[in-house]
Design a binder for this molecule. Structure first.
Ligand SMILES: *Cc1c(COP(=O)(O)O)cnc(C)c1O
Length: 372
């Protein structure tokens, strides 16, 4: 193996997930593929291209720089910048011909001051309590300001759900009701606008939330929006994370492995050292608290996760040999470690597991560009 640790990104599985999500869309809703944060750690450009090839018609990112990156790499599809944009970043977003989100009159004035043509989506805060305005009258004033400015085009009204991933929580349907009411009112005044609200969790559970477009990220990467089992929704995990056994060391009772001696052998065993660590995004909270797959078997990560390595307890009679592949996320034989399982070890969510993989890990597209 040429590299210490690598992540494979299965673009066939990704395209299948795009198709799976698309099959559940109702009323002709379009699919906007969310590729922010390096496509949740999966690499922006290959995922953006694969999403569009598989039938997504829009892309969404969080920042102006992400939009500019897509445009400068030849992406022609509409791009929505969903996050906050500073005055400096506005020019970057608009020069990249990305659509922007607005919810205040001063921001509309800032857009106008750039002198650039701009397509604007209004953001209604129906309950997320982050970006957007809760005030329907303010949104109506912002809509009027957009349509009154020559260079600006009012394109859509949107919202974002806070609890769509929690099937028990009634707040989701409350948000949906609030947004539906507001959207009807706005559409009466501006019939040309379109509506979008759903993330992956809403898309999979609630056809009423699809409106004219859905904005899906996590499901396309083959992770479960509800944090449990992607296969329950016919989603295929896209990313696998691998390293290899760099050394195997017989370890006697009383001998330790790693910083702080947080593992001390209680009986004779063998410790494998695997060259991946928190410098790669294999988080230190996984110390003495996680497993890996080698040769189709599960083994415990013992001791502290270092910046560049982890130590694995192979037991007294190891069948593992030096050089063998180690799977940190993914399938090996009958065993599989999902991002969802790693998230549980971390007390986190699947989103953070793949998004947290650091640049030192090369992402390898499957099939490779030559094979496609
Ligand atoms: C990230 C994001 C999404 C995508 O959410 P998933 O749960 O990954 O499908 C949709 N809308 C907004 C505003 C977002 O920030």
């Amino acid at each position: 193996m040429s590299t210490l640790a690598t992540a494979t990104v299965d673009l066939v599985a990704f395209s299948d997930n795009v198709a799976t999500v698309q099959r559940c869309l109702t009323g002709g809703a379009q699919l906007c593929a969310v590729v922010k944060a390096n496509a949740y750690g999966h690499q922006t450009l290959p995922c953006a291209k694969a999403a569009l090839a598989a039938g997504a018609t829009w892309l969404a990112v969080s920042s102006a720089a992400e939009a500019a990156y897509l445009r400068s790499n030849g992406i022609a599809a509409p791009i929505l910048v969903m996050g906050a944009i500073s005055a400096e970043e506005l020019t970057i977003a608009l020069e990249a011909q990305a659509d922007v989100v607005a919810w205040s009159e001063p921001f509309v004035e800032a857009i106008a001051r750039t002198g650039l043509p701009a397509r604007v989506h209004l953001k209604f805060d129906s309950g997320m309590g982050r970006f957007g305005t809760r005030d329907a009258q303010e949104l109506a004033r912002v809509a009027a300001a957009v349509t009154a400015t020559a260079e600006l085009e009012l394109v859509a009204v949107m919202t974002h759900f806070a609890t769509a991933d929690d099937l028990e929580d009634p707040f989701f349907s409350e948000q949906l009701t609030r947004f539906t009411r507001l959207a009807k009112e706005l559409k009466a005044s501006y019939p040309e606008i379109f509506l979008h609200a759903a993330n992956s969790a809403a898309t999979l559970r609630q056809p009423d939330s699809h409106f004219d477009m859905v904005r899906c990220g996590i499901a396309l990467y083959g992770m479960d929006p509800y944090g449990k089992d992607p296969y329950a929704h016919k989603l295929k995990p896209v990313l696998e994370l691998h390293s290899y056994v760099a050394s195997i060391k017989p370890t006697a009772a009383g001998e330790s492995a790693g910083y702080g001696r947080r593992f001390v052998a209680t009986e004779a065993t063998n410790i494998a050292t695997v060259p991946i660590g928190y410098g790669d995004g294999f988080r230190r909270a996984l110390s003495n608290n996680s497993q890996v797959l080698i040769g189709g078997q599960r083994y415990r990560v013992v001791g502290s996760v270092s910046m560049d390595s982890i130590t694995i307890d192979l037991g007294a009679q190891p069948t593992v040999t030096t050089g063998q592949r180690v799977t940190l996320i993914g399938r090996d034989g009958d065993q599989q470690i999902l991002a969802e399982e790693m998230a549980q070890w971390l007390g986190s969510i699947n989103y953070e597991v793949t998004t947290g993989l650091l640049p030192r890990i090369p992402r390898i597209e499957l099939p490779s560009e030559e094979q496609r």
